[in-house]
Ligand binder design. Sequence first.
Ligand SMILES: [Fe+2]
Length: 389
Amino acid sequence: MPKTLLELRKFVIPEIIIGVDARLLIGRYISHFNAKKPMIVTDKALQNFEWFRDTIDLIRPHVKKLFFFDDITPNPKDHEAMRGADLFLSLSCDLIIAIGGGSAIDCAKCISIVASNGGNILDYEGVDEVRMPGPPLIGIPTTAGSSADVSQFAIIKDSAAHIKRAIISKKVVPDLALIDPIPLMSMDRYLTACTAMDALTHAIEAYVSSTHSALTDVHALESIRLINQVIEKSVMPQRSIETMYELMLGSLQAGLAFSNASLGAVHAMSHSMGGLLDLPHGECNSILLEHIIRINFETVPDRYRDIARQLGLSVDNVSDTLLLEMIINRIVSMRKNLTIPAHIKVENLKESTVAYLVENALNDPCMVTNPRILTKEEVRIIYGRVLQT
Ligand SMILES: [Fe+2]
């Protein structure tokens, strides 16, 4: 019997509505959840946008009281989630609505975990450590990248150790994702670029993950095709709603894939770098991606050939050596077209700092599903290539 028939795979997703103005269905869903005191977990920067105010105006008639929690920084910290959970409980809230990018939605997930399980958020690091489901959670993503609105992942920074901790559990999958391209129209261009590269990385890492399956493959490949077609258009001044919809759909499909197939070395190394040096997640991934493709390629060349086809490359009858160079060229040209640099500058980078980054990357749960096991030395060399003093 083929090995794939003996490997059990699960596939978990929330209820999803995607399309222009999907966010405006929020009032109807508050009634479905019979919620009276929702907490909105969001970014301060979003609250002046018209689309944000429209959304909030549709919530007010359905509730007795509305609370806002926006004390969140990029790469959200454990103490921010703990403060949010304290507030949620002390105000007797009954629903969480996360409106934002990955930071706001991840923080909302962590608030929900602590609100029903107690303890410290860091107690739940790892796979399937969350026992009780949280209060109902609705995600309205405002970037096309993290897919936190559909995923089983919540990433939170351990502020004492300066490490990003991954909480992976079906208990953190939101109940509903309202996925609307309208907020993307007002998104900063560089944030658009970095978050879109994050989504592409999700799809590529899910496709070559050691726990990929037929159900995740189909979403990963379609995501790569969609993102490849629109990623450069999405940062143009004249970007259209059609372009941003395609990018959002690509990001969603990447989310469905990686949430169920997990990720790989790009994310493991990016979590480690982003946690210690407080760097933007999408930027770290964009810079690491070409290096990890190069080191992983030999282990699963046929899967990279499938990826290349989705990137629009003519790779029939092309040698593996040429195939790898064609993929790298496309990824590098994409990164350059999006004005994302090849390196990250770190002042006074010490050897001990790199050693700490290596150790944390090797311990990250995403490293487990990378198609090949990376050695300490390999990880150190890649950090040496991407970090500049
Ligand atoms: Fe990511």
